[in-house]
Structures are given as structure tokens and as C-alpha cells.
Design a protein around this ligand. Structure first.
Ligand SMILES: Nc1ncnc2c1ncn2[C@@H]1O[C@H](COP(=O)(O)OP(=O)(O)OP(=O)(O)O)[C@@H](O)[C@H]1O
Ligand SMILES: O=C(O)C1=C[C@@H](O)[C@@H](O)[C@H](O)C1
Ligand SMILES: [Mg+2]
Length: 176
């Protein structure tokens, strides 16, 4: 049972916010919202094209507006984009409108999971490891700051991760 109005997922790219978020929503019988997907649908273009054509600042403004709009719903599982926590206004929304679950993942595991990915502008170009390490240095402490609980990803598939995440949430909600 979920006594929180919403469940927000934060964490680095490739941590599983989309994949595990969808499965958690199905498990708890709640609607799932992926902020990145909603922004793409609303503006009719991929995030990669948005970065290229309109710039990151435009994307960030849309990300904040969408987070504000969707987080006012009750009883949803919402996956944020990996950079959403970097804006103070977004952190305030996340911390006041639901429970925040951080999905944590090591850079080696991110590299493994995203080895075939070409859609993520923040890690496009060369030196993917260097980019992921720099993002981890800048962001991991911020995810931890907003999180009510932290799920640590391992080298396992989503089918094995899901029951561990459910157990963590159930323990948290039993205590709440
Ligand atoms: N244990 C696991 N947990 C989550 N995802 C996994 C796991 N193992 C493999 N994957 C794979 O990792 C890939 C990245 O996951 P996903 O797209 O859910 O990350 P994300 O956190 O939503 O990233 P982004 O912030 O870039 O949207 C997917 O292809 C997913 O199937
Ligand atoms: O790491 C980031 O800042 C981003 C992650 C994705 O989820 C998208 O929100 C976008 O590509 C930006
Ligand atoms: Mg995602």
C-alpha cells in the first residue's frame, strides 16, 4: 500500500527510472508518467532534437513546467529526467509532493546498460566514461539530498531488480 500521494523516481541516466518506474507502477496499480516522454509528446520532437534546435535552457524550462503540472496529480509513479533535480524549484516540488526514490547506479553499470544508446544528449560524443563520472560528481549528492530512500542497482536485469525495489518500498511505507 502506498500512503504517499506520489512516488517520484530520481537518479542518473540508465539507473532504471523508466524501466523500473513502469514496473513499479504496474505492481502497485498506479499510473506511470515519464517526464521525458511527456515533454517529447507535448512538443512533438525528441529531447535530442530539442537540445540541438532550441538549446538546453528551453528544455530545462519545459522540464520544470511539466514537473509542476504532473506532480499535482495524486497517486502516480513519475520518472524524472536525470537532470531535473539540479533546479532548486524542482527539488522543492519533489520533496513536498510525494515520496522520492533514488535509483543509484555505478558508472561501470551505466556504461554496460547504455552501450548501444544514441538518444541521450548528455552523454553524446566522446569519452562517455568521463562524462558519466563528471555527472556523478555533480549530481549524486543532490539525488541523495532529495531522496527519502535509495535503491542501489546491481549487475542484474529489471526482473531481478523489481522485487528488491518493491521490498524496499514496502518496508518504507510500513514504517510511514
Ligand atoms: N537492473 C536494471 N534496472 C534498470 N534498468 C536496467 C537494469 N538492467 C538493465 N537495464 C536497462 O538499462 C537501460 C536504461 O534504463 P532506463 O532507460 O530505465 O534508465 P533511466 O534512468 O530512465 O535513464 P534516463 O535518465 O536517461 O531516462 C534500459 O535499457 C534497461 O532495460
Ligand atoms: O542527464 C540529463 O540532464 C538528461 C537526462 C534525460 O533523462 C533527459 O531528461 C535529458 O536528456 C537530460
Ligand atoms: Mg528514462
Amino acid at each position: 500500500m502506498n500512503p504517499s500521494p506520489n512516488l517520484f523516481l530520481v537518479g542518473p541516466t540508465g539507473a532504471g527510472k523508466t524501466t523500473i518506474g513502469q514496473r513499479l507502477a504496474a505492481h502497485y496499480g498506479l499510473p506511470f508518467v515519464d517526464l521525458d516522454v511527456e515533454i517529447e509528446k507535448r512538443h512533438g520532437m525528441s529531447i535530442a532534437s530539442m537540445f540541438e534546435r532550441e538549446g538546453e535552457a528551453t528544455f530545462r524550462a519545459r522540464e520544470s513546467a511539466h514537473l509542476d503540472e504532473f506532480s499535482l496529480r495524486q497517486g502516480i509513479v513519475l520518472a524524472t529526467g536525470a537532470g531535473a533535480v539540479m533546479a532548486g524549484a524542482n527539488r522543492e516540488i519533489l520533496m513536498t509532493r510525494g515520496a522520492v526514490l533514488m535509483l543509484a547506479v555505478e558508472v561501470d553499470e551505466q556504461l554496460d546498460r547504455l552501450q548501444h544508446d544514441t538518444a541521450r544528449p548528455m552523454i553524446a560524443g566522446g569519452d562517455r566514461r568521463g562524462r558519466l563520472e563528471a555527472l556523478a560528481d555533480a549530481r549524486n549528492h543532490v539525488y541523495e539530498e532529495v531522496a527519502d530512500l535509495i535503491f542501489r542497482g546491481r549487475h542484474e536485469g529489471p526482473d531481478d531488480a523489481l522485487p528488491r525495489a518493491v521490498a524496499l518500498l514496502d518496508r518504507h511505507w510500513r514504517r510511514a
